[in-house]
Ligand binder design. Structure first.
Ligand code: SAM
Length: 368
């Protein structure tokens, strides 16, 4: 890749997560558990044309993979129209979507027809009553319908994400694998990550990759690793019967060394690391008349200076219980990677932006 841009640790700029909305229709305990959030004003959200331009500029610098995420991306009106803009960009080899599936049954055919190739659906439990308690939603059947609709629409390599939490769903690993097998989807078990705030993360709720493998080996027998390209955050494994699954061990084995991904929030702030406390305001440039060349020069120079290893550094943090919930505010901020702004809801102005309380909000798309 002659035009690839590398950072201070020789990591290429290759993969981009695009958050298309800060809103979500679930209230998962590990992500956005509050009843109310301060949503971004519509005018501060990047338009589809702005998002397309962002992708084109990043593609010119080496990005080959784009994942649409949120918030819940299917809450963004007419998402297939965005897919139609991004899918034809010649450098983009892999365009994917991560969704909670609630609205997928209706939208899967249109998304597929628009050129979306891959879908990952988040499914933490097979038990509707657990979803009700954990994510405050009685719509478990809609998620299952969404998974089936995605399969029927012909998406390749359908994946299911399950965040594994001790005492919540750690007794469902094999059931989820069996469900995935029956539905033609591969499971990705994710270690529960510390995003602080109202999620009240603690290390004792984390089920490590090692514990997951031990539990599955007890049920299925010897598990063998599937060799990968060393770049994907999920390590893949094979059961004796040939069924494959992945584990994303972001907590116990962070993959900073090979991290080639960065993320743009719904309001156009570019974060180079999931744990970064500040990002680059692209929206200001996009709306302020910057040329593609100027945007590319800014992105190139910023990536070349990148030296973060957020998850690894976090491993060294002594007290990992996360920051306390914001006080004096009835409403919390949503998904930290869908939106970045001050508590009053004002958009950040200019240059590097800093959230007022980086750990008091939810988490963005953490996943492959
Ligand atoms: N709303 C979409 C969904 O549910 O898939 C996309 C956004 S969601 C933040 C992306 C992924 O991040 C989901 O698979 C979710 O399970 C995962 N996630 C959220 N919070 C997490 C946490 N604290 N630890 C690990 N994974 C998390």
């Amino acid at each position: 890749m002659p035009d690839a841009v590398h950072d201070a640790f020789r990591r290429p700029l290759a993969s981009l997560r695009l958050s298309v909305t800060d809103r979500c229709n679930l209230r998962c305990r590990y992500c956005m558990p509050e009843d109310e959030y301060v949503w971004l004003p519509r005018a501060s959200i990047l338009t589809f044309e702005e998002l397309e331009r962002v992708v084109r500029v990043f593609a010119g610098l080496g990005v080959r993979k784009v994942r649409l995420t949120g918030g819940e991306p299917l809450l963004r009106q007419d998402l297939p129209a965005l897919v139609r803009l991004i899918a034809p960009i010649p450098e983009i080899e892999d365009l994917a979507l991560t969704t909670n599936g609630l609205l997928l049954a209706k939208q899967a055919p249109a998304l597929r027809a628009a050129g979306l190739r891959r879908v990952t659906v988040s499914l933490d439990t097979l038990r509707p009553e657990r979803m009700l308690a954990f994510a405050k939603s009685a719509r478990h059947a809609d998620v299952l319908a969404g998974i089936r609709a995605a399969r029927d629409a012909g998406f390749e390599h359908l994946k299911l994400n399950s965040v594994v939490i001790r005492g919540f769903n750690d007794d469902e690993l094999a059931d989820l694998i069996e469900f995935g097998r029956a539905e033609g989807a591969e499971l990705r078990f994710i270690e529960y990550m510390d995003v602080g705030g109202a999620t009240h993360w603690s290390m004792d709720q984390v089920v490590s990759q090692r514990d997951m493998l031990a539990a599955l080996a007890q049920r299925y027998g010897p598990i063998t690793p599937v060799p990968g390209d060393g770049r994907a955050p999920a390590e893949r494994f094979r059961l004796p019967d040939g069924t494959t699954f992945g584990i994303i061990a972001s907590v116990t084995a962070p993959f900073c060394r090979t991290c080639d991904r960065s993320r743009v929030t719904a309001d156009g702030t570019w974060f180079l690391c999931l744990y970064a406390a500040s990002g680059v305001d692209l929206r200001e440039r996009l709306r302020g008349g910057a040329s593609d060349e100027e945007l590319a020069a800014l992105i190139r120079a910023t990536w070349q200076g990148r030296a973060d290893r957020g998850a690894e550094e976090r491993l060294g943090v002594a007290d990992r219980r996360g920051a306390p919930r914001r006080r004096g505010s009835r409403r919390a901020l949503p998904d930290r990677f869908a939106a970045r702004r001050s508590p009053s809801g004002d958009a950040h102005a200019g240059g590097l932006t800093s959230p007022p309380d980086p750990l008091s909000t939810g988490v963005g798309d953490l996943t492959p």
